[in-house]
Design a protein around this ligand. Structure first.
Ligand code: 13P
Ligand code: SF4
Length: 380
């Protein structure tokens, strides 16, 4: 026989609880005004953000755009930013050379660097009168961390008659000790230019060993290299490429030149992040393997509907520190301002200006790929 259970007063049934979204925590509501101003943008990120997530994202986009207008600010977004930052709030997008050129050109008073710290320093070096903000000061770079200004001074003592080229992925202190900077889109052009200017057949290149080796395969100039590595690209190997090719016959393989040479040996094309992006379009390929940072494939995929992307990517933990949330906070509170001591800035600027004076790359910014990428490089 069923027992009759008498209900007492019991305790209150808690209302359904949900943690407030990051937007709600900042009192940013998804209201009619936000909806009307942002609805048309959703199509840009529909592959990455679900309709359910959009009300938590749209208020950031709306308020970031309002703050940009109020503070005369621009956002320089590197190709490795996540699609929400890259597509929805980036005013200028591109590789590190393109972003440096935009920083030098912009009339805005404030630059928010949606990238890593060395990129923000480059902007500040070029634009001392502008306020340059980095949304998270921990957004570093393993290459920039691999060498100091003091290291370069020792290299100079050892090789007083050779020019020193530094990849832009370095601190202002390092740039200040070098003769010229380069990026992955103009490295071979810079090496040849500085060798001719100094009338030498050997150039020192810091800090990326693999970029130096990959450049050496593209020029007759001999290179003495530092042993720094990108923690993202050093993880790829030639064996990865062979396995991917077996699993995806017919796909074209594109790689960043920060990858080890055995990757370029197996790849179809190598170039800067923007060169990779252009190559996807120009090749007309239907299936593409991008060996670089993960968000790059997402951003290139958004611009190339119908192309299938295989994504054996690695995440850059530094680039991934930048988010819509901390871009909003940076613009609201004007933090974190990047500064460079004037004596360092002037010397670092001379090295960057020497690169910018060369103009856009004079030769196709692609690296040698295939069997003969190995070139002799001496390590410091
Ligand atoms: P790009 O100059 O090709 O944009 O590369 C910058 C970078 O940090 C790649 O890891
Ligand atoms: Fe530095 Fe590599 Fe990250 Fe580029 S991907 S910022 S080189 S750690």
């Amino acid at each position: 026989m069923a027992r009759v259970i008498e209900f007492g007063q019991g305790c209150d049934i808690p209302a359904a609880r949900r943690r407030p979204s990051a937007a709600e925590a900042r009192d940013l509501a998804y209201n009619d005004e936000v909806k009307a101003a942002t609805d048309h943008l959703y199509a840009l990120v529909r592959d990455f953000i679900t309709p359910m997530e959009w009300p938590a994202v749209a208020p950031f986009v709306f308020h970031i755009n309002k703050l940009k207008a109020a503070k005369n600010a621009v956002i320089l977004a590197h190709n490795y930013m996540t699609p929400d930052v890259f597509q929805l709030v980036g005013d200028f997008r591109g590789d590190s050379l393109q972003l440096a050129r935009e920083a030098a050109r912009t009339d805005a008073k404030v630059i928010v660097q949606a990238g890593v710290h060395f990129m923000a320093e480059t902007s500040k070096i070029l634009c001392p009168d502008k306020t340059v903000l980095i949304p998270d000061t921990r957004a570093g770079c393993s290459l920039a961390a691999s060498i100091t200004g003091a290291d370069v001074r020792l290299i100079r003592q050892r090789y007083p008659n050779l020019p020193i080229v530094t990849y832009v992925n370095t601190t202002a202190d390092v740039k200040a000790e070098c003769d010229i900077t380069c990026t992955s889109s103009n490295a071979a052009q810079v090496v040849e230019h500085i060798a001719a200017e100094w009338d030498v057949d050997t150039v020192i290149m810091v800090p990326d060993e693999f970029l130096a080796r990959n450049v050496a395969a593209n020029t007759d100039i001999k290179i003495i290299a530092w042993e720094g590595h990108c923690e993202v690209h050093e993880k790829f190997s030639g064996e990865d490429v062979r396995q991917i090719r077996e699993a995806h016959p017919g796909a074209i393989v594109l790689a960043h030149p920060e990858c080890p040479p055995d990757v370029l040996e197996e790849a179809d094309f190598a170039g800067s992040t923007s060169a990779l992006s252009n190559q996807v379009k120009e090749s007309g390929a239907r299936k593409v393997v991008l060996l670089t940072e993960c968000s790059m494939s997402d951003n290139v995929a958004a611009d190339n509907p119908g192309v299938e992307f295989v994504k054996p990517c690695n995440l850059c933990p530094h680039m991934k520190r930048i988010s819509l949330e901390n871009i909003y906070d940076a613009l609201l509170t004007m933090k974190h301002e990047v500064t460079v001591p004037e004596n360092v800035r002037l010397r670092a600027k001379a090295a960057i200006d020497a690169m910018l004076a060369l103009g856009p790359p004079t030769r196709a910014p692609n690296f040698k790929v295939g069997a003969d990428v190995y070139a002799h490089v001496q390590l410091i």
